[in-house]
Each structure stands twice: as C-alpha cells, then as structure tokens.
Design a protein around this ligand. Sequence first.
Ligand SMILES: CC(C)(COP(=O)(O)OP(=O)(O)OC[C@H]1O[C@@H](n2cnc3c(N)ncnc32)[C@H](O)[C@@H]1OP(=O)(O)O)[C@@H](O)C(=O)NCCC(=O)NCCS
Length: 160
Amino acid sequence: MPAPVRPPDVTVRSQSRDDVEGLGALYLVSYPQGVAAVDLEDAVEEMEGVFEGEYGTPVEAASLVVETADGALVGCVQTVTSPPWEGIPAVPFVIELFVHPDHRRRGLGSLLLLTAAQACHDQGWESIALNVQEDTAGEATHLYRGLGFAEITPVAAGEG
Ligand SMILES: CC(C)(COP(=O)(O)OP(=O)(O)OC[C@H]1O[C@@H](n2cnc3c(N)ncnc32)[C@H](O)[C@@H]1OP(=O)(O)O)[C@@H](O)C(=O)NCCC(=O)NCCS
C-alpha cells in the first residue's frame, strides 16, 4: 500500500472515549440520513458500543480520528480484532470509516485507512480486512480499490 499523505492543516491521533459525543455527531452527518444512525442519540450510542467492544476488540493504534486545527473531528477509522460476525478473515477488521462531507476528496479517508494499515503492519499483521455494504458501496469502493484492497467472498458458517 502507498505511504499515507497528511494534508498540513489536520492531525491524526488515536480516538479516545472523550471523543464519543464528537464522533457521534460526525458519524451521523457522514452517512446519508437513516443509513447509519437515526439521530444523534443513536449515533452516540453506536460510538459508545465501539468503545465497549460490541463490534470486536478495538485496535487502539488503528482506531484514529482526523482533527482540524480548531479541534473539530472530520474523519474516523475504527478497527477491531475478533468481530462478532461469521466469515471474516482472522486479521484486523475495519468496522468504520467516515469523513465529514465538507472534507471529502482531500485524501482524509485514504490517510486514515493507510495509517491504520501501517499501525497493524507495525504490530505484525500482514493484512487488514473491511466490509462494504451495498447501500454505502459507491465512493468507498473506489477508495478501497484504489488503495489495493482485493475483493473476497465471506465464508459461510460451516464452510472452509
Ligand atoms: C468513503 C469516504 C470515507 C471517502 O473519504 P474521502 O476522504 O473522501 O476519501 P479520499 O479523499 O481519500 O478519496 C480517495 C480516492 O477514493 C476515490 N473516491 C473517494 N470518493 C469518491 C467518490 N465520491 N466518487 C468516486 N471516487 C471516489 C477517489 O479515487 C479518490 O481519489 P481522488 O479524490 O484523488 O480521485 C467518504 O466518502 C465517506 O465518509 N462516505 C460515507 C461513509 C461511508 O460510506 N464509509 C464507508 C463504509 S464501507
């Protein structure tokens, strides 16, 4: 994968529990209405669930936010191990990637994903995986293919 490129006006850091409210607001605004969370409370709950380990054990070094100089969160990637779903390769799994609509096409999604991938590599992992939902596939698929992700079909329970 290519090396991450960071625009000079933003910083990247690991997410923390103190970010839960800000992450909820960003999560809500990043997806089309009704696709991810129904309202802010729901979005914040989703983000709390990530920290609680509801979607797997968070990989701190690969669960990152992009912050502007004034402290606004504008992007996030969240990575776990042991997610609670069938058929997923036993490697770090990206459960979320989202960038504020006003900050898209500046390379922030790529920056987050590549920085997370680098962090996993530094921990000894050879690959990472993610899932693409049909209703959000558009721009994300362009991004993932461009970074070199290969498509695999999930293995059903009992197979392989
Ligand atoms: C997917 C998402 C994270 C991309 O974030 P981003 O910061 O805009 O991504 P980047 O700027 O790094 O884009 C990198 C490349 O991906 C491709 N890409 C990104 N958005 C695209 C779009 N809307 N249409 C076509 N290609 C796109 C382009 O090749 C782009 O490079 P370019 O701008 O030089 O052409 C963002 O659109 C988003 O948050 N979407 C809503 C949430 C979502 O669907 N998350 C993924 C869940 S699977």
